[in-house]
Design a protein around this ligand. Structure first.
Ligand SMILES: [Zn+2]
Length: 95
């Protein structure tokens, strides 16, 4: 039985890599990708939300576990779903 010393992506089975990403503080603008990221690219993590509390002691970046297949999936999703397409669909489906 293999020793599970490395976490893998539950979606792709790809070993997760430690990557430094920027932390964005403050209230972020709504990103349409948030509505699908948990299903389609749960470990993409291109940025970390630091929340609304701005503390001078807060770090500028964080180390997170990233799946590169998730990053590829996010890139593909973003190229297929530019914001204007997303919003047009969203408005149509809410009628
Ligand atoms: Zn993945």
């Amino acid at each position: 039985m293999p020793i599970m010393n490395k976490r893998t992506c539950q979606l792709h089975g790809t070993p997760l890599n430690r990557v430094k990403v920027p932390i964005s503080y403050g209230l972020p603008a709504y990103d349409p990708a948030w509505s699908v990221e948990k299903e389609l690219f749960p470990h993409s993590k291109t940025a970390v939300l630091g929340g609304c509390l701005i503390d001078p002691d807060n770090p500028d970046d964080a180390t997170v576990l990233v799946c590169f297949d998730c990053r590829a999936a996010e890139e593909k999703w973003r190229s297929e779903n530019p914001p204007e397409v997303f919003w047009a669909r969203h408005i149509n489906s809410s009628k």
